[in-house]
Structures are given as C-alpha cells and as structure tokens.
Ligand binder design. Structure first.
Ligand code: ATP
Length: 195
C-alpha cells in the first residue's frame, strides 16, 4: 500500500490542489492521497488565516466523491506549529505497512532544507516535487541527493488568487469545487482578506 501525503494551508483548497494530487497519484501509482491541513504553517504565517475547522471542512467538501482522497485532521488537532517530521513519524507508527511519499510543490521545495529535520524526513518518506507553474527548479539537488520530480498539468490557480478574487467581488466559479464555492459564499470567507 502506497500513500501520498499532501500538506498545505488549503485556505481555500482549489482545483490546482485536486489536479496535482490526482496527477501525482496516477504517475506515482499511489493508492491514496492524504490531505493534511496545517495548523500553523511554520514558513507561512498569515494573521487572517481561516480557522482550522473551516479549512478542514472545505478540504472535505473538495475531495468528496474521490475514494482515493482522504482528509486528515491530525495537524489541526495537534495545534501549535505543524511540523511535517512529526506528522510522518506519527503516520509511520500508526500505519506500519504503508509506504509514504511526501508530495511538495516545486515552490515549497526550495524551502525544504529550512524545514525541521529535512534529512530525517527523507529517511521516513520519499519526497517528490510537483512541478508547478512559475516555480523555478532551484534547489532540486540537496546534499547531492536529487528529488524525484513529477510533472503535473499547469494550473494557474492559487489560494491567494482566489482570496483576492473574492475580496474584489469577482467569480471563483470552476476554480474551486462548487461545494467549496458555496461554503465560501455562505460563510462570507475572504471578503475582507488582505491577500
Ligand atoms: P497561497 O496562494 O496562499 O500561497 P497555495 O495555492 O500555494 O496557497 P497551499 O495550501 O499553500 O496553496 O498549497 C499546498 C500545496 O499545494 C503546496 O505544496 C503547493 O505548492 C501546492 N499547490 C498549490 N497550488 C498548486 C497548483 N496550482 N498546482 C500545483 N500544486 C499546487
């Protein structure tokens, strides 16, 4: 059994996330993709971040209907700063038969060496870079060890672009699943978002 770990802020989840996860699942022959919303993303603090509860609900709405996608709330439950090394250690303990692949966007890969215990992470899971629009393939080789890169369709959408569109009163139709769009509208999310 092979499982991909896909972490992020997911504020909100969008079709770029879904297409990236599905494409990586297929290319890497993964049985499941585990979406893990971060509690406090260490390298990405925003004061106005949507509550973990709501981001988790949006992730659930976004992935519903795909049996290979699961939402995992452990980082939200753990609270405090979310460190991937802790998440992977926990998962390995809970699910000993599973081989884990950590999926990270090419843009985030450039910061991977700043994460907590990056080399330890690489002993517990394979780290695979997802090539993303606009990302430069810098830092792909760390300490002489390359990362496997998976090419995914280029989808020019980001959570920040969606927040900006909502704030400007513009359409986000088709950029997020319909249920996510409905929740954003119902809850009035991002209307006053600074970014
Ligand atoms: P923001 O715009 O707020 O920075 P984001 O759209 O990058 O957010 P995150 O939740 O930070 O969303 O992303 C989670 C993971 O998904 C990251 O590894 C990121 O690189 C990847 N990702 C985000 N958008 C895309 C996309 N359009 N295509 C491929 N991967 C993506």
């Amino acid at each position: 059994m092979k499982e991909g770990i896909f972490g992020g802020t997911f504020d909100p989840p969008h079709i770029g996330h879904l297409i990236a996860a599905e494409s990586a699942r297929e290319s890497l022959g993964l049985d499941r993709i585990r979406f893990i919303p971060a509690a406090v993303p260490p390298h990405k603090r925003r004061p106005d971040i949507t509550s973990g509860e709501k981001r988790l609900e949006m992730v659930r709405l976004a992935i519903q209907g795909n049996p290979a996608f699961i939402a995992d709330e452990r980082e939200l439950r753990r609270k405090g700063t979310s460190y991937t090394i802790e998440t992977i250690r926990e998962l390995r303990e809970e699910l000993p038969g599973i081989e884990f692949t950590l999926l990270i966007g090419m843009d985030n890969l450039q910061e991977f060496r700043l994460w907590k215990e990056p080399e330890k992470i690489r002993t517990l899971a394979e780290v695979v870079a997802l090539s993303r629009p606009g990302a430069v393939a810098l830092g792909v080789v760390e300490n002489g060890r390359g990362f496997r890169v998976v090419t995914i369709p280029l989808i020019e959408v980001s959570s920040s672009a969606i927040r900006r569109l909502v704030r400007e009163g513009r359409s986000i139709r088709y950029l997020v699943p319909q249920e996510v769009e409905e929740m954003i509208m119902r809850e009035g999310l991002y209307v006053h978002s600074p970014i």
